[in-house]
Design a binder for this molecule. Sequence first.
Ligand code: GMT
Length: 375
Amino acid sequence: MKIAIVCYPTFGGSGVVATMLGTALAHRGHEVHFVTYKMPVRLELLSHQIYFHEVDVEEYPLFHYQPYDLALSSKLVNVVQEYGIDVLHVHYAIPHAYAGYMAQQMLKEQNIHLPMVTTLHGTDITLVGNHPVYKPSVTFSINNSDVVTSVSASLRQDTLDLFDITKEINVVPNFIDMSLYKTEFDNCDRSFMAFPQERIITHISNMRPVKRIKDVVKIFELIEKEVPSILVMVGDGTDRAEAEEYARKKNLQLKIKWLGNSTEIDRILCFSDLFLLPSEKESFGLAALEAMANHTPVISTNTGGLPEVNDHGVTGYTSDVGNVQEMAQHAISILKDDDVLEKFKNSAFAKAKQFDIQLIIPQYEELYQSLISNS
Ligand code: GMT
């Protein structure tokens, strides 16, 4: 099949999922065309099966806001005409599903039918999309997609609760390529990061308010009093400065390493003992799954789709949003005992296997195929 994928190319879960999906589809023999404004961060290899088409938005003094959705829909029309695309898969509803719909309408005028799959990722529904400014367009784009998928059962329910949806929503969970991870538990080299007696705790996110990164520091503050440990903070965003300031006030600056954005997520997770994800909202929690694939148990909130990934008492623990005391107690119970830690590490890895890419990609292929056969 010839598949066009639209996504955000930055450090965000939806872009990472779209990039992994496209790469895996190309390995399975499909021709994949990424259409976005920048090369996706995790798209390392351009092979003859993978194409990247950059959406250029012309600066014009009259425009206070540049019309990206217009440029994207025009680019889609050009790519479909030039490469004979069979199916369009847009990740994140805003504005991708809207631009995809416009491209479909323009192509219809030329008797070209372009079926569209829209994957809902989370904040496009629970935060931004739900805002009255966007809601009518998001509702329209979802209802007019040929197939709609959501990355968790919880996000499916949120979508049905928040919008007037007439379309069926298929749950296709996020995934991970387990062939990249070792099957035997193996401590990666941690000597350059921490002293031998210290546990390594990690958090990875885009550090926006929804991630509650000050809670990460507060949880660590409590853990560190009981278990010698360091905290590795990966990512960057609006809330980083305030959390750093809090850490300084609490004299934790020597115990916390702020690494900024990184393309070496697996290398970092490989030497981690615990992953913290105290988010306000999380439709799935791809970072938690990446941690688990690296034998790292997860302390998270019980919001959104997180309980579908993180099994309470098995792969880690889940708590109510903001309950830093309980999250710290759970973390300490895992970290203070080598045997308990190893048991959690192994269970986290076993659960991650349920989300192996090999089990999920055929679900997308089947959806594409059904659309192509019906056109
Ligand atoms: O909030 C983020 O981390 C980025 C955001 C995105 O759309 O790029 O992530 C959302 O999609 C991810 C991939 O499907 C999910 O794993 C995240 O849980 C979801 N984030 C939220 O719902 C807050």
